[in-house]
Design a protein around this ligand. Structure first.
Ligand code: GLC
Length: 422
C-alpha cells in the first residue's frame, strides 16, 4: 500500500504519466557533441517520467545550415520535427511555423531573462522558450602569457602583439605548430558573430541600426575588418577561413593556440581530464578596438519551440517546459557550461563552481551585442549572409575592406527600400 501511494505521489509530482494507449513519440532536434549528449540525456529522462517516447533528430552543425533544413521541412508542413532548437536570431524568421507557447507555460517564462522572452515574442506570440544564452569570449593560455610575462590583452592591438611575441618565441624553441589566435572564419553565421564583435568593438555599429538604417559602410568598421584580415597568415592559420567553433576549439584544446574566440560551451570541454590545456586556460572579455573602443561580445543562444505542424502540440509544449526548466538548465550548466536563461541560477554555488566565468563575466553577458535580427525580422538571414560573405572576402584578401563595405551597404539597402524591412 505504502509503495503504491509513493508511486502515485511521484507520478503526480511529475505531471501526467501516459498510459500505454495514449503514449506518443515526439521528435526533437538536438545538436551534436556534448550539447547533443546532454540534450538526449534530458529527453530520455522526460520520456521515462511521462511514459512517452522521444526521438532525437541530429542536425547540421552550422546554424545557417540548420535554418535551411528547418525551412525546407516547415515549408512543406511536415511534422518531421515537433520540438525545434531555435537560434536567438530566428524568431522573426520562423514565427509563422511555431505555436504560441503561452497557453502551456503556466507563466514559467517570467522566471527567465525578460529580454530573451521579449526576443522570442513575435506579434504577441511566445514562439519559443529560452534554453541557454551565449556571448563571445576570449580564451587564453595563462601558462604561456605567464611564461613571457605578458598581461591578458585589453585591446586588439595588445592581443595582436602578445600573440606574435608568444608565437615567435615558441616556434623558435621548436613548438612549430603554435599559432597566436584562432576564431571562426568560415563563410557562415559564426563569422557574422565574430565580425560583429570586431566592428562593434571599434565603434563601427551593428551593420543595421535599431531604426533599420544600414550603417555598416563606415571607417571604423573598415578598420575592424582590415585588422582581422591582417591576422590571417600571421598570427592566425589561413585554414581559419574554413573554421567553425569546433575547428577553432580543436586547435586550442590540442595546445596549439595562445588565444581563441569562442562561446561558453568550450569551457567545460577544455577542462575535461583528457584535455591538453586543462587548468591552463583563462577566460576574459574580447578586446576593445583601440583605446576609444569598447568590449563587444555578440549575443547568441538557443530556444526551444514547437512546430505548428506537430500532431501533439500540447505534449511537445510539455517537453519544452521540462527541457527549459531550472532543473535541466542547471544540469546543462554544470556538465556542459551552457549559460542558463534563468537569472536565479547565477546564484547557484554548484553552477558557479563549475563555471567561475559565469559570475566574473556577468557584465559581458548582460551587455552582449544583439545581431540586427529584431529590426530585419524575416530578412535577417539575408542580411547575415551578405555580411559574412563581405567579411570573408576581406579576410581572404579577395577584396579590401572599404570597397567590400561599400558594396555591402548597397546590397543591404536593396533588401530594405527606404529603410523598410517589412
Ligand atoms: C552559437 C550561438 C548562436 C550563433 C552560432 C553561430 O551557437 O549560440 O546564436 O548563431 O553560435 O555559429
Amino acid at each position: 500500500m505504502k509503495t503504491r501511494i509513493a508511486v502515485l505521489a511521484v507520478a503526480a509530482a511529475l505531471g501526467a504519466t501516459a498510459t500505454a494507449a495514449d503514449a506518443a513519440t515526439l521528435k526533437i532536434s538536438c545538436a551534436s557533441g556534448l550539447d547533443g549528449q546532454l540534450c538526449r540525456q534530458a529527453t530520455a529522462q522526460w520520456a521515462k517520467n511521462t511514459g512517452n517516447e522521444v526521438e532525437v533528430v541530429t542536425t547540421p552543425t552550422d546554424s545557417n545550415a540548420l535554418l535551411a533544413l528547418y525551412q525546407q521541412i516547415l515549408a512543406s508542413g511536415s511534422d518531421k520535427i515537433d520540438v525545434l532548437m531555435i537560434d536567438v536570431v530566428w524568431p522573426g524568421i520562423l514565427a509563422n511555423h511555431l505555436i504560441d507557447l503561452r497557453p502551456y507555460t503556466g507563466g514559467a517564462e517570467k522566471q527567465h531573462f525578460a529580454s530573451m522572452v521579449a526576443n522570442n515574442t513575435v506579434g504577441g506570440k511566445l514562439v519559443a522558450m529560452p534554453w541557454f544564452t551565449d556571448a563571445g569570449l576570449l580564451y587564453y593560455r595563462k601558462d604561456l602569457l605567464d611564461k613571457y610575462k605578458l598581461k591578458p590583452p585589453t585591446t586588439w592591438e595588445e592581443l595582436t602583439a602578445a600573440a606574435k611575441t608568444v608565437q615567435d618565441a615558441e616556434r623558435a624553441a621548436g613548438n612549430d605548430k603554435l599559432w597566436g589566435y584562432v576564431w571562426q572564419g568560415r563563410a557562415y553565421e559564426g563569422l557574422s558573430c565574430a565580425a560583429l564583435e570586431w566592428v562593434a568593438s571599434h565603434n563601427g555599429g551593428t551593420v543595421v541600426d535599431a531604426t533599420g538604417k544600414v550603417t555598416i559602410n563606415n571607417a571604423n568598421a573598415a578598420r575592424a575588418l582590415s585588422t582581422a584580415a591582417s591576422w590571417v597568415g600571421t598570427i592566425t592559420p589561413k585554414a581559419v577561413l574554413n573554421y567553425g567553433e569546433e575547428e577553432a576549439r580543436g586547435v586550442f584544446q590540442a595546445g596549439n593556440a595562445v588565444f581563441m574566440r569562442n562561446w561558453p560551451y568550450a569551457w567545460s570541454l577544455l577542462q575535461k581530464p583528457d584535455s591538453t590545456v586543462r587548468g591552463k586556460v583563462g577566460v576574459m572579455p574580447l578586446p576593445r578596438g583601440g583605446a576609444a573602443g569598447r568590449n563587444a561580445a555578440t549575443l547568441g543562444g538557443w530556444q526551444l519551440g514547437v512546430s505548428r505542424y506537430s500532431k501533439n502540440p500540447k505534449l511537445a509544449a510539455e517537453l519544452v517546459a521540462y527541457m527549459t526548466s531550472a532543473e535541466v538548465q542547471k544540469m546543462r550548466a554544470i556538465k556542459g557550461s551552457f549559460n542558463p536563461t534563468i537569472p536565479a541560477l547565477y546564484q547557484d554555488a554548484e553552477i558557479i563552481k563549475a563555471n567561475p566565468f559565469m559570475a566574473t563575466l556577468s557584465s559581458t553577458f548582460s551587455s552582449a551585442v544583439p545581431r540586427p535580427s529584431a529590426v530585419s525580422g524575416a530578412k535577417y538571414n539575408q542580411v547575415s549572409n551578405q555580411f559574412w560573405n563581405a567579411s570573408h572576402d576581406v579576410l581572404s584578401g579577395k577584396s579590401d575592406a572599404k570597397s567590400a563595405l561599400a558594396r555591402l551597404e548597397f546590397s543591404l539597402k536593396r533588401l530594405a527600400p527606404a529603410g523598410n524591412w517589412k
